[in-house]
Design a protein around this ligand. Structure first.
Ligand SMILES: Nc1nc2c(ncn2[C@@H]2O[C@H](COP(=O)(O)OP(=O)(O)O)[C@@H](O)[C@H]2O)c(=O)[nH]1
Ligand SMILES: [Mg+2]
Length: 323
């Protein structure tokens, strides 16, 4: 018996992409005619929806346009991951920025069982820095990337790429809790945290064509970089996060206590009574933060154990399907 051909689903989240959705679908159809193309429309105010439907019909491509009401790229991809069934999933932008002809390079490691997630890396080829015109944006991205690589002892070149391929196991075990553009970073964090196999493939990247606009806002996203970093530490390294604050308070308490000790040593009497109260308060807060860190660290340890067991269960069932 020959194995059935693996099915491939291409997910294209699209919000107001009337200018580029048709050529994007065409390019991917040309590169991968057997794939099911799923466009996730998200209340687009322009003709994105009808153009996508027309293009799919004209090409005779498998696929459909799915509507997601909750706004945001994370919500859109979540809808597709929930409702679409395939062996390999490809995620790309609907804005012609990612090279459709490299899609085979992206899915190969998944098909060969070498990777759970393959990332189209825009940086290593040098295209992204040349093509992307937003400096501040690059800086914020680099900051988050350094942190992530450090925390997980990884050496990823592009943690925010939107061009990716996934195994079925990845897609069906990835809880999408983010709603917007944190999606890409979250996917990377999830994979690293669960020690999945990530393969990066350098790709050519182009900026959006004239008349097509990014949905990203540099300033809102700059603030969200700081927020993202805090979130990452809070969720993935709770002990480090809370102990850092705890140490700050402990130090402040110590400094506040210096005159108090001085009073006591030289005169056996405390003149700086308010400082004594402040120092004690700081030390109590420091202790509370330490306790919170320890509790959350234990919880995250148990959570890790639980997901690992789940992973083992999945592998076991795949190896020996229940009758
Ligand atoms: N469905 C859906 N897609 C979105 C939304 N926001 C962005 N997208 C799509 O996600 C992809 C990436 O967005 P883009 O603006 O290109 O971000 P950039 O590549 O980081 O500049 C594009 O295909 C957008 O149409 C949204 O709210 N809903
Ligand atoms: Mg884009």
């Amino acid at each position: 018996m020959t194995k059935p051909m693996p099915t491939i689903a291409l997910i294209l989240p699209a919000y107001n992409e009337a200018a580029t959705i048709a050529p994007t679908i065409e390019a991917f159809y040309q590169a991968l005619p057997e794939a099911r193309i799923v466009v996730v429309n998200n209340n687009s105010a322009d003709a994105t929806r009808s153009i996508a439907e027309q293009t799919l019909a004209q090409l005779g491509a498998k696929g459909e346009v799915v509507d997601e009401l909750a706004q945001g790229k994370g919500n859109a991809v979540r809808r597709a991951f929930l409702s679409v069934d395939a062996d390999v999933y490809v995620l790309a932008d609907a804005d012609l920025t990612y090279p459709a002809d490299q899609v085979h390079d992206l899915i190969a490691p998944v098909l060969e069982g070498r990777a759970d997630m393959v990332v189209g890396d825009r940086r290593s080829g040098g295209h992204y820095n040349a093509e992307n015109k937003r400096r501040f944006h690059n800086f914020g991205n680099a900051l988050v990337q350094k942190l992530v690589n450090r925390l997980f002892a990884a050496r990823l070149a592009d943690i925010m790429s939107g061009y990716r391929a996934f195994s079925r196991t990845f897609v069906k075990s990835y809880p999408i809790l983010v709603s917007g553009f944190q999606l890409e970073t979250d996917m990377t964090l999830h994979s690293l945290h669960r020690r999945m196999r990530i393969v990066e493939i350098p790709i050519a990247y182009r900026d959006r064509p004239e008349g097509s606009y990014s949905k990203l806002n540099t300033f809102a996203d700059g603030a969200s970089v700081i927020f993202t970093i805090a979130q990452i530490l809070r969720y993935y390294r709770p002990l480090l996060f809370f102990v850092s604050f705890s140490l700050l308070f402990a130090l402040a308490g110590f400094i506040a206590a210096i005159p108090v000790f001085h009073d006591w040593i030289t005169e056996r009497y405390i003149h700086h009574l308010p400082l004594a109260v402040l120092a004690a308060a700081f030390e109590i807060v420091a202790f509370l933060l330490l306790a919170v860190g320890l509790i959350l660290d234990s919880i995250s340890h148990h959570e890790k154990m639980r997901t690992e067991l789940h992973q083992l269960d999945l592998e076991r069932r795949q190896a020996r399907p229940e009758p």
